[in-house]
Design a protein around this ligand. Sequence first.
Ligand code: ZN
Length: 113
Amino acid sequence: DYQAVVVEDIDLRNLAQCLHLGKKLHDNGFGLFRTMLKYKCERKGKYYIVADKYFASSKICNCCGHKKDKLTLSERIYRCTECGTKTDRDYNAALNLKQYGTHVLKEMGVLSA
Ligand SMILES: [Zn+2]
């Protein structure tokens, strides 16, 4: 069971350039996917939360909150220099987005603080 889906506010054109995909992300309907996801969430009475585009989901350590200055796309393992946490980069980012969404739902009074 879930109450919300949290997504990043990613500039798809930037992402396509960074990954050297040209227009492929648009061609593959990535933007359409987000539109459909939002629609499905609303239809089922779930919250669709878009994290602020300046929220550094990948650079923040989910364990201690330390934020890295730099993190290259090739670094697939997140290694925290402060607390020593070593975890999958995307898993770490997903945990941060979950935390972000939980905070938003608490602010809205949907979840108790
Ligand atoms: Zn840490």
